[in-house]
Design a protein around this ligand. Sequence first.
Ligand code: SF4
Length: 73
Amino acid sequence: MKVTVNPVTCIASENCGRIAPKVFGNPPEQGGFVELLDANPPESEWAAVREAKELCPSATISIEADDTHTARR
Ligand code: SF4
């Protein structure tokens, strides 16, 4: 799985950091705007990343390669 975020569209709702805190951060010193902590998260994080993507109110999170059905590299 390859994850990207678009900092231009983020509205700092901080959902992502609550749902997938190993992949997304919302540092207070950045006003809660998203910080991508792990662009290639391990499989154990995939469900949380997908949920964060679904619940992001501004469609800021993209999953560019979702390798659920492909062999792991
Ligand atoms: S859930 Fe979306 S809008 Fe909210 S902080 Fe994360 S990336 Fe930004």
